[in-house]
Design a binder for this molecule. Structure first.
Ligand code: UTP
Length: 288
């Protein structure tokens, strides 16, 4: 089974839940501890062995391109001042030349439309999708868990997580079939169901391995929930046609597109950093 070489990062959303911070700043550039959220996502994909990152951007997102550039003056100044650790951290954040491809979603017509905008860069091979504001902290990077599952079963795999019944309307929710360890057969998927209509409490979280046939479904440009072209609807049409599984991934997920989730991510990740945790823990004590 071929490895997952390419990953799509749809970053063209408007980020209205984090306004006014995201009026001029892309939400993907909000920092968690000392790096922007999007850097965690690219590092996760690289750790899973992916080599080509396809960013689907929109208006007002050029800072993301600057972040993954070499910033010559900064590199030069740090080198002259022999600030090796800072320089290494910066170097590590820049992907190899040609590793990033940018394409633009000219209108925010929905996640499905954003993924469809990446079709020429992906071609006809299985690929990953990472929703950057779902930050997942895991021993084995979540995309690597999905890629390993794909190597076993082939076909489409989505990361899933149990959510409280009253939250189903925030997610795509799967109709589960037979389970095999952390893998669960996917019999259907519905976008944002009300609790009484939800087929389960297993919600799709922002990591996917998809087969290229998804593009044929997305090409229909059909509008779904909220009048948007939904990735969930295109996925639903592949169920029963190709192997399709949900993976109850290992790790902690933070919804950084939401204020509570974003703040929790900062606290949780800061407490895992040996250079920051001891002093930060003392600081936190003063507030609890
Ligand atoms: P969200 O549902 O989080 O929407 O999109 P949003 O616009 O980014 O944020 P809010 O809800 O207004 O605060 C899920 C993912 O799909 C991408 C977003 O960038 C995010 O990663 N997306 C969504 C697009 O790239 N294009 C779209 O048209 C819609």
């Amino acid at each position: 089974m071929a490895a997952i070489r390419k990953v799509v990062f749809p970053v063209a959303g408007l980020g209205t839940r984090m306004l006014p911070a995201t009026k001029a700043l892309p939400k993907e550039m909000l920092p968690v501890v000392d790096r922007p959220i999007i850097q965690y996502a690219l590092e996760e994909a690289a750790a899973a062995g992916c080599e080509e990152f396809v960013l689907v951007t929109g208006r007002g997102k050029t800072l993301i391109e600057d972040h993954f550039d070499r910033a010559y003056e900064l590199f030069d100044t740090l080198a002259r001042k022999e600030k090796r650790a800072d320089l290494e951290a910066l170097e590590a954040a820049v992907p190899p030349p040609g590793g990033i491809v940018y394409t633009r979603q000219q209108q925010p017509l929905g996640l499905g439309h954003a993924v469809w905008c990446a079709r020429h860069a992906i071609g006809r091979e299985p690929f990953g999708v990472i929703l950057v504001d779902d930050l997942i902290h895991a021993e084995t990077p979540c995309m690597a868990q999905l890629a390993a599952a794909h190597a076993r079963t082939g076909g489409n795999i989505v990361a899933v997580m149990e959510v409280p019944a009253e939250h189903t309307a925030r997610y795509g929710v799967i109709r589960p079939g037979a389970a095999d360890g952390r893998l669960v057969e996917l019999r259907g998927v519905v976008e944002k169901p009300r609790p009484e209509e939800a087929p389960s409490r297993l919600a799709v979280i922002g990591r996917y391995v998809l087969m290229p046939e998804i593009f044929d479904q997305l090409a229909r440009q059909e509008r779904g929930a909220g009048g948007e072209i939904q990735l969930t609807d295109a996925m639903a049409r592949l169920v029963g046609v190709q192997p399709f599984h949900g993976l109850r991934f290992e790790g902690r997920r933070f919804d950084c597109g939401d204020k509570q989730g974003y703040l929790e991510a900062i606290v949780a990740l800061a407490l895992e950093r040996p250079d920051i945790a001891p002093a930060f823990r003392e600081t936190l004590r003063r507030y609890t």
